[in-house]
Design a protein around this ligand. Structure first.
Ligand code: MN
Length: 375
């Protein structure tokens, strides 16, 4: 497995901190795009994130550390799918991610359309059979098929639910779906936190805690960037209004870590870089580094704001029951294997980040499952 050098890897870090054999963290790029239904460009997502990451600071003030030098982050060369699509493409990703997990790496997968998430989820599930999936998205992606494909980006969660008990999937931010998906959620026990319900206060002031309460101890995160509000994340195929902001999202992640749960891996998908619009790419890169900092948070800082929210909000009605076997509230600290690294950093910032253009437009064709939708 070949890795990218300092000019192209995540955070643009030197070889001594990005060698696969030493790094605790591995980044897999899966620039797969085959079933786009509205705006395209997700194949350029991984490269856009990596380019933007050169402008992310190594130091995280919340955790007072330079995680990249302590743990090492290896960025693998992007997967070359050739002409492979659907199940064959997913098998390539699943094999790569599985091999890295077996090497003891914490694996981050970059998409690509959301279809690819099935692969890292199944790779992790094979090794963490009790894991929950925390799914950030504007769309529930539970259509059995879409535009004739079982491997559509609109169907990835339905594919996952064939292997993972749907009651162990928690969705956040959903605001566009068809009736078939709503029925699936009700019938099969998916824990879906709709955007409208969160905004109407159905899950309390501290809605992030209601979300976390549904999760088991080991959590895999799949993150479709269209979960965010289009104002901060316009670079995605199917931007939907009434999305979420960065800080309230980090509060959810902090709440998760604070509860003693562990992030065991994650993917970030559906970024479609737009030339000249740099902030969404940088947002995605920073999100990834923050999620890594949270996943490796051995020493938890105190969170006065979250404590205050917890005191204010005693509303936990309408919260779905935790899945069987989950033990919410356990207070163990998340740790991951990895060699400590030392290293100093100083970097200059500035300059524009280049991104690929958005290609394509609305795609015509039959719609399975009824209704309009995108990623
Ligand atoms: Mn989506």
């Amino acid at each position: 497995m070949k890795t990218l050098g300092p000019k192209k890897n995540f955070l643009a870090i030197g070889r001594e901190h990005s060698r696969l054999e030493d790094a605790a963290i591995a980044i897999v790029s899966a620039p797969y795009e085959h079933t786009v239904s509205y705006g395209g460009g997700t194949a350029k997502g991984p490269a856009g994130i990596l380019a933007a990451s050169a402008f992310v600071e190594f130091y995280d003030d919340e955790f007072d550390r330079e995680l990249c030098f302590e743990k090492g982050i290896a960025t693998l060369e992007p997967i070359d799918f050739g002409k492979r699509t659907d199940g064959k493409a997913l098998a390539m990703i699943q094999e790569a991610v599985g091999r890295l997990i077996d090497m003891g790496k914490f694996v981050v997968t970059l998409g690509g359309e959301h279809t690819i998430a099935t692969a890292p989820i199944l790779a992790h599930l094979a090794r963490y059979p009790a894991m929950s999936v925390l799914h950030f998205d504007a769309h529930s992606d539970l259509r059995d098929s879409y535009e004739g494909s079982k491997y559509s980006h609109a169907s990835f969660a339905a594919r996952v639910a064939e292997t993972l008990d749907p009651a162990r999937i928690t969705q956040v931010g959903i605001r566009a779906q068809c009736r078939e998906e709503a029925e699936f959620i009700r019938d099969r026990g998916v824990k879906t936190f709709y955007a409208n319900a969160i905004r109407r206060g159905v899950h309390g002031d501290y809605w992030q805690r209601s979300v976390v309460d549904t999760l088991g101890e080991e959590v895999y995160i799949t993150f479709d960037v269209d979960y965010f509000d289009p104002a901060i994340m316009p670079s995605t195929g199917t931007p939907e209004p009434d999305g979420f902001l960065y800080s309230e999202t980090l509060d959810l992640i902090r709440t998760l870590i604070r509860s003693g749960r562990r992030i065991i891996g994650f993917d970030v998908v559906e970024l479609a870089p737009v030339a000249g619009v740099t902030h969404p790419d940088l947002l995605a890169a920073r999100l990834i580094y923050k999620l890594l900092n949270c996943a490796f948070a051995e020493m938890l800082p105190s969170y006065p704001r979250l404590n205050a929210m917890a005191q204010r909000s005693d509303v936990s009605g309408s919260v779905p029951a935790p899945p069987a076997g989950a033990k919410p509230g356990r207070r163990t600290l998340a740790t991951h294997a990895g060699k400590a690294k030392s290293g100093a950093s100083n970097r200059k910032k500035g300059g524009p980040v280049k991104g690929g253009p958005v290609k394509g437009g609305p795609v015509k064709g039959a719609k399975d499952g009824g209704g309009k939708r995108g990623a």
